[in-house]
Design a protein around this ligand. Structure first.
Ligand code: 6PG
Length: 237
């Protein structure tokens, strides 16, 4: 596990973009699962502005670790956020974008997406393997859309599951823990003081850290990087 702490979310965005550009350099058919929420917005902006014409996007296939069960035109859509902050600014073939159809029935969409991953990705012991999974973390310690009140979904046998947001009741489609931990590489993008308590609990194995789904991220490959800003890391000793 690598811990990278930077001054603020701008520097995190810069450093992550450099890391991503280096990771995909010379690769073909690179499969990456994106995180959603608000943290990736600035990262995608920097990736597009600094590497838009430097990365061969034809070799990169984009998926999502989770999606809100809303239409792709909805402001809550992770796909819409990524379209606005990244895809609309780069030359990427439509066929390289494999979005979760948030507008469809969650259960059948989870099955469809799991099937798509099983077809498109190489498999390790039957589990689809991403080249990179990018994750965020909520103030409650959730990651992808595996929330503390449904932590059993982490070990679900289906590679994609249907989850429920604890406050809004919004349905989500999410990859499970096995798909996350079978990835060749996993990178956390976590910024802001609201995350500090859970970051400290998870990285220092503090009180009830195991109840936070983000604590279960432990890729078999061992390649796990936490990109943090000083605010998110403010509780670390
Ligand atoms: C989502 C995410 C989720 C996100 C965290 C952090 O769809 O909401 O994938 O896991 O990464 O909730 O969200 P923020 O970046 O908005 O704090």
């Amino acid at each position: 596990m690598e811990l990278k702490i930077y001054k603020d979310k701008n520097e995190v965005a810069q450093q992550f973009s450099d890391y991503f550009a280096e990771l995909v350099k010379g690769k073909s058919n690179f499969h990456v699962a994106l995180s959603g929420g608000s943290t990736p917005k600035i990262v995608f902006d920097v990736l597009a502005s600094d590497y838009g014409d430097k990365i061969d996007w034809r070799e990169i296939h984009f998926y999502w670790g989770d999606e809100r069960c809303v239409a792709p035109t909805d402001d809550d859509s992770n796909y819409k956020m990524t379209l606005e902050h990244l895809f609309s600014k780069i030359e990427i073939p439509e066929t390289n974008i494999h979005r979760i159809l948030g507008e469809n029935d969650p259960i059948s969409e989870a099955m469809r997406y799991a099937n798509l991953l099983e077809i498109n990705l190489d498999r390790v012991e039957g589990t689809p393997q991403f080249d990179l999974v990018i994750l965020g973390m909520g103030d409650d310690g959730h990651t992808a859309s595996i929330f503390p009140h449904e932590i059993e979904l982490w070990n679900a046998k289906d590679h994609c599951v249907v989850a429920t947001h604890p406050d809004s009741g919004q349905k989500r489609v999410s990859i499970n823990g096995e798909v996350i931990n079978k990835a060749k590489e996993v990178a956390f993008l976590v910024t802001g003081s609201g995350k500090a308590e859970k970051v400290t609990a998870i990285l220092e194995k503090g009180e009830s850290y195991e109840t936070y789904p983000a604590s279960l991220v432990n890729p078999n490959s061992g390649k796990l990087i936490w990109f943090l800003d000083e605010d998110a890391a403010s509780g670390l000793n």
